[in-house]
Design a protein around this ligand. Structure first.
Ligand SMILES: [Ca+2]
Ligand SMILES: [Ca+2]
Ligand SMILES: [Ca+2]
Length: 83
């Protein structure tokens, strides 16, 4: 066996071994980002629980006293006797 043949065999052996160690699949898997997110709260500027889409007075919080609480406007005078 000549030195040239020996080196050729050695090179063949090294390259034959190489794939076994370098062709492994990466163990890291992509993290799934499609998590279920909590439904977003509708905007509520004054924080009275009536979202701005329904709130006729979106900068004045409703006084949640059971009287016309759906319009989002504070009802200072529930019986309407003050002008
Ligand atoms: Ca509101
Ligand atoms: Ca009210
Ligand atoms: Ca009201």
């Amino acid at each position: 066996m000549t030195a040239r043949t020996y080196s050729a065999l050695l090179l063949a052996a090294l390259t034959a071994c190489a794939p076994a160690s370098s062709s492994r699949e990466p163990t890291t898997t992509p993290i799934k980002t499609a998590r279920v997110e909590a439904p977003r709260e509708p905007p509520d500027e004054d924080g009275d629980g009536i979202d701005d889409a329904r709130d006729r007075c979106c900068c004045s919080p409703e006084d949640l006293d059971g009287f016309e609480d759906e319009d989002g406007c504070p009802d200072r005078d529930n019986d309407g006797d003050v002008r």
